[in-house]
Design a protein around this ligand. Structure first.
Ligand code: NAD
Ligand code: IPM
Ligand code: MN
Length: 348
């Protein structure tokens, strides 16, 4: 039976990199005889323009009934003062689908090791995953915005912490079995509950180790010796910031995919970066983040390991040929890079 994939290209480079990922996906569908029904829906700024809402009802309905969702990126200066910003649509979608576990893998392809701003010996072999809590914390607490005072409430329930810590351990079990829980337990109440809960959940995983790190020092260690990490688990805002920081290790946000999972229901796959208004409509965005997000979808939603690997290997081979987009100092356009991956997939 055919699998329903909802594509939400969104705004800015979102549409350009979605085109790339779907070109690659269509090739894989032919090669591996996969039956995907891919339908596009308006979302983010495009949702506001087309339907007056960043998360139109029909888009949400389609996502709820999908087998998986691919999202490009949303946002841009055009909608910065909209009554409901594109970002609200994104947060609303994550919340509505219960996408609490955001998985952001960090590794450095051989072809770009020398391009990292960090020392080569610290970068070679980096392989960790940021497990970011995605539907709680300060993003979703009560907000007050007055003329002279404003506040954002950060709350976490024990249940919300338990399920994300469990997720991190489950992932660690398939890897090097080490979980680093990142918090600010020297100051924040939510972090104190986080740390205590992490200790308790760790008892369920005696084959794994748990360490705690304060977020400020974790931000430093991530640059100083990134090989120290296997699985990092952290709350929503810290995970947002640390994962963008982590993108400096391989050298560009444009290579970074992610997967977001709920307890049951469709998962969503999206780059960790945004709509990059500074480079939109120039055909220069690095499409790898989106192509690799599609590969994550094949692996994690549809257990199509070999199809996913084929795409990842083709991207590696293209970069090994020195075909790089401008974010990595190369000259390839978005479409050049995509065509090169396509050629690799076709064995040309
Ligand atoms: P951004 O992630 O869009 O861009 C940061 C920098 O990285 C820019 O210089 C950009 O050119 C570069 N970059 C990002 N992706 C790239 C790619 N694929 N190839 C090459 N270079 C790339 O962050 P920003 O500029 O702070 O935010 C722009 C908009 O995106 C804002 O409206 C923000 O809210 C939104 N945003 C959306 C998402 C999302 O859709 N999930 C994520 C982050 C930011
Ligand atoms: C991300 C983005 C979003 C976030 C914004 C656009 C709401 O930065 O996906 O990392 O903060 O979660
Ligand atoms: Mn972010």
């Amino acid at each position: 039976m055919s699998k329903r994939i909802v594509a939400l290209p969104g705004d800015g480079i979102g549409t350009e990199i979605m085109d790339s990922a779907l070109t690659i996906l269509e090739e894989i569908m032919v090669q591996d005889n996969l039956d995907f029904d891919i339908e596009h829906f308006a979302f983010g700024g495009a949702g506001i323009d087309e339907k007056g809402d960043p998360l139109p009802e029909e888009t949400l309905n389609a996502c709820e009934n999908a087998d998986a969702i691919l999202l490009g990126a949303i946002g841009g200066p055009k909608w910065d003062n909209a009554p409901k910003r594109p970002e609200q649509g994104l947060l609303g979608l994550r919340k509505a689908l219960g996408l609490f576990a955001n998985i952001r893998p960090i590794s450095v392809p051989d072809a770009v090791i020398h391009l990292s701003p960090l020392k080569e010996e610290n970068v070679r072999g980096v392989d960790f995953v940021v497990v970011r809590e995605l539907t709680g914390g300060i993003y979703f607490g009560e907000k007050k915005l007055g003329e002279t005072e404003a506040s954002d409430l950060c709350t976490y329930s024990k249940g919300e912490i338990q399920r994300i810590i469990r997720k991190a351990f489950e992932i660690a079990r398939t890897r090097k079995k080490k979980v680093t829980s990142v918090d600010k337990a020297n100051v924040l109440a939510t972090s104190k509950l986080w740390r205590k809960t992490a200790e308790e959940v760790a008892q369920e995983f005696p084959d794994c180790t748990l360490e705690h790190q304060l977020v400020d020092s974790a931000a430093m260690v991530m640059i100083q010796k990134p090989k120290a990490f296997d699985v990092i688990v952290t709350e929503n805002l810290f995970g947002d910031i640390l994962s963008d920081e982590a993108s400096v290790i391989p050298g560009s946000l444009g290579m970074m995919p992610s997967a977001s999972h709920s307890e049951s229901g469709p998962s969503l796959y999206e780059p960790i970066h945004g709509s990059a208004p500074d480079i939109a409509n120039q055909n220069i965005a690095n499409p790898m983040s989106m192509i690799l997000s599609a590969a994550m979808m094949l692996r994690q939603s549809f257990s199509l390991e070999s199809s996913a690997k084929k795409i990842e290997d083709a991207c590696d081979r293209v970069m090994n040929q020195g075909i790089l987009t401008t974010d990595l100092g190369g000259k390839a356009t978005t479409t050049d890079f995509t065509e090169s991956v396509l050629k690799e997939l076709r064995g040309a």
